[in-house]
Design a protein around this ligand. Structure first.
Ligand SMILES: Cc1cc2nc3c(=O)[nH]c(=O)nc-3n(C[C@H](O)[C@H](O)[C@H](O)COP(=O)(O)OP(=O)(O)OC[C@H]3O[C@@H](n4cnc5c(N)ncnc54)[C@H](O)[C@@H]3O)c2cc1C
Length: 382
């Protein structure tokens, strides 16, 4: 007996309604801007305002701090809806989660009170600064240092590939505090602290509306109250955060895949060659069938992983890794096929599928590469 999605995951009607609102905003306000955002590579402040005004940036937060309190599945359903039309704008919501989850999961009550309510309204946005030029998949090898000086910590170093660079109001920064034992600590650094500066901004293949680059910390001083969790336990803060937020990359991937599939289906209905619509050729029908099937399968795995996270199931982390790998590989494969369905028109910027193909690639790389996720999954099988 087939079950509907809401029976499987118990999605309350108000969450489905919220999702429909997000989809409508994505269709009406974001989709018409997507090509221009990609072309200009400018951060779309107007979209951020739209997402704030409709409480969408409140999705990662509990009600206690002004958020919607609707959990991981609802958050990622929203990420998916936005990514269907624009993966860069979906990243706004993903980073709202990524850059605040360390505080939500490990921060003091004072840090939560200071930062979460203004992020829940969308007034502030965060960044998560873990990666470095020489430390990507292996964050423990980072070079950024924090040294205790009286009551303060003094941070020095350069991070790399940091999303929201230059637009974030604060950065969650990971720094080595005990070099002998390679112990790392997590700090909140506000963007207006003396010694903080915005370094190189990358020119990217995809998600071009989301600024990525190098924040520089040059003798930046923060007080003890800006430490997240325990001194020396920063790697647990980072890994505990990523275990949940990589579901966002998976949701972004499902959205990209569905957006590309929907576009290719509509195109194949209209495009005529040899006197008939190209969706009458079995070669095209089978491509579309596979694209839809793979995307649907990816979504099921994503929703299951989100539901397990919301239930704090002990297998949630492994499922998050499986969802991240499967959804991102699906997005890549599906968008390549979408370009093929459109032929030459798929290869030019006038049509959105080449952008979707470029955007899909990042989902295999960030939030822990797919190779690293396969290691995590394999470890659970030993
Ligand atoms: C657009 C963008 C946005 C990003 N946003 C953020 C952000 O907001 N915050 C942040 O902290 N980081 C961010 N990142 C960084 C991202 O998480 C890293 O790029 C990623 O973790 C990989 O690190 P690396 O690029 O140094 O690659 P490397 O670690 O050098 O990996 C290179 C290749 O080797 C493989 N590899 C490495 N180690 C192993 C191993 N043990 N076994 C098998 N294969 C291995 C990798 O899978 C990869 O294929 C972002 C990156 C990009 C491109």
């Amino acid at each position: 007996m087939p079950q509907t999605l809401d029976e499987l995951y118990s999605i309350p009607q108000e969450h489905l309604d919220f999702c429909a609102t997000v989809a409508q905003i994505a269709r009406e306000k974001i989709a018409p801007r997507a090509a221009a955002i990609d072309e200009s590579a400018a951060y779309p402040w107007d979209v951020r305002k739209e997402l704030s005004e409709h409480d969408i940036l409140g999705l990662p937060f509990p009600e206690q701090y002004g958020g919607t309190g609707t959990g991981t599945l609802m958050l990622n359903m929203a990420v998916e809806e936005i990514a269907k039309v624009d993966a860069s704008c979906a990243l706004m919501l993903m980073v709202q989660d990524l850059g605040t989850l360390p505080i939500q999961l490990f921060g003091s009550d004072e840090l939560k009170e200071r930062f979460l309510p203004r992020c829940a309204t969308g007034e502030w946005s965060p960044a998560f600064a873990l990666s470095e030029p020489e430390a990507g998949s292996d964050p423990a090898s980072m070079r950024t240092r924090a040294v205790k000086d009286g009551p303060d910590w003094v941070i020095n170093g350069t991070k790399n590939w940091i999303s929201n660079l230059g637009v974030a109001d604060f950065y969650v920064v990971f720094a080595v505090t005990d070099p002998d034992n390679r112990r790392i600590t997590a700090f909140v650094v506000e963007a207006d602290r003396p010694g903080f500066s915005v370094g190189k901004i990358e020119h990217k293949l995809g998600i071009r509306g989301s600024p990525t680059g190098q924040p520089i910390f040059d003798d930046v001083r923060v007080g003890e109250e800006n430490v997240i969790g325990e001194v020396g336990k920063g790697l647990s803060v980072a890994l505990g955060t990523l275990e949940r937020t990589r579901l966002g990359a998976a949701a972004q991937a499902v959205g990209i895949a569905q957006g590309a599939t929907d576009y290719a289906v509509a195109y194949a209905r209209e495009r005529r060659q040899f006197g008939k619509a190209i969706n009458e050729f079995q070669a095209i029908q089978f491509k579309l069938a596979d694209m839809q099937t793979r995307t649907a399968a990816a979504r099921e795995l994503l929703y299951k992983a989100c539901a397990l996270t919301d239930r704090r199931d002990p297998h949630a982390g492994t499922y998050a890794s499986m969802a991240k790998v499967f959804c991102s590989d699906t997005a890549m494969a599906v968008t390549v096929e979408a370009v093929q369905v459109l032929g030459g028109y798929g290869y030019v910027k006038e049509y959105p599928v080449e952008r979707m193909m470029r955007d899909a690639k990042i989902t295999q790389i960030y939030e822990g590469t797919n190779e690293i996720q396969r290691l995590v999954i394999a470890r659970s099988l030993r």
